[in-house]
Write a new protein. Structure first.
Ligand code: COA
Length: 261
């Protein structure tokens, strides 16, 4: 069974115990809009309440995972409070009880990378790349990444990734622990499906208990980190630095931060 949002930008399918949430906006590199976050929240809630769903997998259409938040949507309609779709999505992935899987091909940028920290299995193709260009956009870490990233890759690498906005390739991401497993590009769909079938066939309560034992001790701190980051992120988003950064992106020119103190 497959359902789509009215604009077709999120496609949700269920098969053999797996719900797949596909970012389906390839013409914009699957940049995530408020409407897409709403659909993702709905999918997460539906997966949690449907006993037939044993795992949820995030994927991107067109050879790209996601280029992160839609910068135009973000500027025009900033996530101003805890009720904004992106904030509710972040709290929902922290609270997910069922295993979350991500299957990454091509670029995973911004929240495209930070959401992976909440996924329990991250499968990547060799062409996957990972970047958190927050400083480049005059923003700051989000999605609990200021808390989780140092735990996953170590403080030194976390700071380097977050401060320099550098892009890392799939091999590096796997070595650093951001990716659980690299699989071949040619058989990507089959490889992902094989791993999802194994996960979906496991005893569900044992799977949920295992996830809870690892994730629950961090849950409260993570919700707090998301809120702490959001307050700073919103201020950054409204800043003149961010306006310059985003305008430059949309105008396809290099940003000029020389006038800022
Ligand atoms: N928000 C809004 N639009 C985006 C976007 C985003 N995050 N990412 C890509 N797009 C749009 C581009 O503006 C372009 O639109 P246009 O065809 O109407 O001009 C289209 O998607 C294709 O992107 P383009 O940059 O031409 O593709 P590319 O293959 O050269 O580069 C990326 C792909 C993903 C590397 C590049 O688009 C990029 O860096 N995007 C921004 C990522 C980002 O900063 N995300 C926010 C993190 S907080």
């Amino acid at each position: 069974m497959t359902t789509m949002t009215a604009d077709g930008h999120i496609r949700v399918s269920r098969q053999d115990g797996v719900m797949t949430v596909m970012f389906n906006r390839p013409e914009k590199k699957n940049a995530l809009t408020h409407a897409m976050y709403e659909a993702m929240i709905e999918a997460l809630q539906s997966a949690e309440s449907d006993a037939q769903v044993r795992a949820l997998c995030f994927r991107g259409a067109g050879g790209c995972f996601t280029s992160g938040n839609d910068l135009k949507d973000f500027l025009g309609n900033p996530p101003s409070d805890a009720e904004s779709p992106v904030m509710r999505f972040l709290h929902a992935i922290i609270d997910a009880r069922k295993p979350l899987v991500a299957a990454v091909q091509g670029p995973a940028i911004g929240i495209g990378t930070t959401m992976l920290l909440h996924c329990d299995v991250v499968i990547a193709a060799p062409d996957a790349t990972f970047q958190m260009p927050f400083t480049k956009l005059a923003l700051c870490p989000e999605a609990g990444s200021s808390y989780l990233l140092p735990k996953v890759v170590g403080a030194t690498r976390a700071l380097s990734l977050l401060l320099t906005s550098q892009t890392i390739d799939a091999d590096t991401a796997a070595q650093w622990g951001l990716v659980s497993e690299l699989v071949s590009a040619t058989d990507f769909d089959a490889e992902v499906e094989a791993r999802l079938s194994v996960l979906a066939a496991l005893p569900p309560e044992a799977v949920r208990t295992t996830k809870a034992l690892v994730r629950d001790p961090m849950r409260e701190a993570l919700h707090a980190a998301v809120d702490r980051e959001a307050a700073q992120f919103l201020q950054r988003l409204m800043s003149a630095e961010a306006a310059e950064a985003m305008q430059a992106f949309l105008e396809r020119r290099p940003p000029d931060f020389s006038r800022f103190e």
